[in-house]
Design a binder for this molecule. Sequence first.
Ligand code: CMP
Length: 140
Amino acid sequence: MATQRTFSIIKPDATAGNHTGAINSLIEKAGLRIVAQRRVRMTREQAERFYAVHAERPFYEELVSFMISGPVVVQVLEGEDAVARYREVMGATNPDEAAPGTIRKLFARSVGENSVHGSDAPETAAEEIVQFFSEADIVG
Ligand code: CMP
């Protein structure tokens, strides 16, 4: 399996709880390298574009409002099989269903305020990364 990149967001519930370092530690312990990272406050336009695939879902407005309610940390993670590996570290979308030791089991409050986002496929990761980083920002 070749080195892969995935896109991660540490969400407003996790930055509010001051869990950025703890989450980064879990990421690194899983063998993933944080090769780009920036703390930002997303604009409504950025959040709407990022989650455009969910625009027809009933929770879309709630999701966008939550994502702009506080600072987030956007990241590029690199490593072997990074997309699947990060999804394992994150745990299930619903924290009630997340495995012990995963980020969402440890920190998430609900399916909406679920602490982290991770890309669902390498192609999605590439599309998500360019929304926040240029190639010069990513230093492996
Ligand atoms: P994420 O991986 O960022 O991608 C889409 C997000 O939609 C997901 O994590 C959840 O935070 C959110 N989401 C999914 N289902 C619901 C729901 N029923 N109510 C609110 N938010 C949801």
